[in-house]
Design a protein around this ligand. Structure first.
Ligand code: G4P
Length: 529
């Protein structure tokens, strides 16, 4: 197969959802189709015997949640599919956001009884920012669900996108009879005992075949289905693949991941409708995935993935060309040539050394501490630099104070390394040195991860005092000496590792107070690339 053919058959996407909507269950069913796992229950177990494929850290295992994002690859009907798993717990870190930077499309799983939930909202925003295609899987139709029209309406109103139901549910809960495929004009009949891998044969049946429909779903539901589909045909958006590609129209599928219902039908449509690897922007131009030379960027760094190998892995998204093991590449930020001798593709705790990979793929490489998030790796004959990965504003802050002066070095090293991985952000209080810092995180679970890792990896304990700050802003140039700013009691001036000045506020009121009382003060949003 040529490099071009290899790239064209790649599909790299992330599954996003609010916890408990069914992301793990759907992932697991997709992996089953791809033959990547042999039995259900291997992707995740809740705090018990089964462990998530992505459960790497002890802490994750203890709590039965998956904190870190992993990558799973499988083959399906000639396509090479990379699923980027995003953390399922309601507390998440920047990793989740960054993972979306490496995806070419997203699948949003929604609980049919609940509709859009807070985490769905946050994750959707990031997808929308990137303009990638977003597919919607409305899950748990085997349970009582909200009216499907209501659900679509909510998606359209809240997210400002169009929706296009590819199939339409026939009832829900006890009454769930399956889905009607609008495109193929056939019925996929639900059978609650269908939890295995067996393919569900669709039954050709136009809506005008009353007799057949009545025998399949009964008269009452047939009348209801016909009315609803008629309404849908008249009122819904037209299907437009360009709008799908631009993330403006979301194809919607109804199903039940737990019962393995509607998953295969979803996958079939999805692989043909979603994007092959997308182009990526460097600082000056767009690089096509089909560009002859290899290039990639680091979107995630993960330490201590496996106790057996105490190491750090940098995950790279290949943006163009073909990667070859042992070939010499160029690490732009360090300005050095490097050889990636042990590139890996990961599946749970199993790692497979690979010899080649293509644009669209994600590889993990051993990181002796040289990589940072956003770094570019490319061929030295064609040096480029990919635009950075946005840093997201921390939403929680705590003061962390070193308590054992004998372990000062370990404390510093641990905090710096973990911050470099992007799991936490460190802020200094001018004049306080490194012994007392403010640590900002996107999700509070990161504090537990930090404490656990500082103890197990660096042998350090510390005192942590939660702070009530909620907002953070950069102080712009020309704002005067930060020391002389008039600030409310609930505002603090801090500096980041690069020496930038920032203010953190307890509330919006404090931010306004600072602006009103300091005429020269300019504040900038934290999200930046
Ligand atoms: P998440 O990754 O989005 O957090 O969700 P997950 O797949 O873990 O699913 C959350 C719960 O919802 C699980 O039940 C799962 O079995 C259930 N579930 C997922 N899809 C469906 C579906 O289509 N129909 C129904 N009825 N349930 C579904 P749990 O009891 O919390 O966990 P478990 O003990 O079954 O693992």
């Amino acid at each position: 197969m040529t490099t071009r053919e290899q790239i064209e058959r790649r599909r790299t996407f992330a599954i996003i959802s609010h916890p408990d909507a069914g992301k793990t269950t759907l992932t697991e069913k997709l992996l089953l189709y791809g033959g990547a796992i042999q039995s259900a229950g291997t992707v995740k177990g809740k705090a018990s015997d089964k462990h998530a494929v992505s459960d790497w850290m002890d802490l994750e295992k203890q709590r039965g949640i998956s904190i870190t994002s992993s990558v799973m690859q499988f083959e399906y009907e000639g396509f090479c599919i990379n699923i980027l798993d995003t953390p399922g717990h309601q507390d998440f870190s920047e990793d989740t956001y960054r993972t979306l930077m490496a995806a070419d499309s997203a699948v949003m799983v929604i609980d049919a009884a609940k509709g859009i939930e807070p985490q769905t909202r946050k994750l959707f925003k990031v997808c929308a920012m990137r303009g990638i295609p977003i597919f919607t899987f409305i899950n748990k139709m085997d349970r009582e669900a909200r009216d499907p029209f209501d659900l679509l309406d909510e998606l359209e109103k809240e997210f400002g996108i169009g929706t296009y139901p590819m199939n339409w549910p026939i009832g829900c809960g006890q009454d769930f009879k399956g889905v009607y495929d609008r495109n193929k004009k056939c019925i996929l009949a639900f059978d609650e005992f269908h939890a295995g891998r067996r393919k569900i044969e669709s039954i050709d049946c136009g809506l005008d075949d009353i007799e057949k429909l009545d025998s399949l779903i009964g008269e009452r539901q047939r009348v209801e289905l016909c009315e609803q589909v008629e309404l849908l045909d008249g009122a819904s958006f037209d299907f437009d693949i360009d709008k799908v590609s631009a993330g403006k129209l979301s194809p919607v599928f109804f199903g039940s991941a737990l019962n393995n219902f509607g998953v295969e039908a979803f996958l079939e449509y999805f692989i043909h409708m979603t994007s092959a690897p997308l182009s990526h922007m460097t600082e000056s131009k767009e690089i096509s995935p089909f560009d002859d030379t290899f290039s990639a960027f680091v979107f995630k760094i993960q330490a201590n993935m496996n106790k057996m190998h105490r190491d750090r892995i940098a995950f790279m998204r290949i943006c163009s060309g073909k990667f070859e093991r042992n070939k010499e590449y160029f690490h732009v930020q360090q300005g050095k040539s490097i050889k990636l001798a042990q590139p890996q593709q990961l599946m749970a705790q199993e790692r497979e050394i690979i010899d080649e990979a293509y644009a669209g793929d994600i590889i993990g490489v051993f990181d002796p501490g040289i990589f940072s998030i956003g770094d570019t790796i490319c061929e030295s004959s064609n040096k480029i630099t990919y635009g950075g990965i946005p840093t997201f504003a921390p939403e929680h802050f705590a003061e962390i104070e070193q308590i054992d002066s004998m372990k000062r070095k370990q404390f510093q090293k641990g905090m710096e390394q973990i911050a470099q991985e992007g799991a936490i952000q460190i802020f200094f209080m001018p004049g306080c040195g490194m012994e007392r810092v403010i640590v900002g995180v996107v999700g509070v679970l990161q504090y537990e991860v930090l404490e656990h890792r500082m103890k197990t990896e660096y042998g350090v304990s510390y005192r942590q005092t939660p702070q009530r700050f909620q907002l953070i802003r950069f102080i712009g140039e020309g704002s005067g000496n930060p020391q002389e700013l008039r600030l409310s009691r609930d505002t603090m001036w801090v500096q980041d590792v690069k020496g930038n000045d920032l203010l953190i506020f307890e509330s919006e009121f404090d931010r306004r107070w600072a602006l009103e009382n300091n005429k020269e003060l300019k504040l900038y949003e934290f999200n930046k690339s």
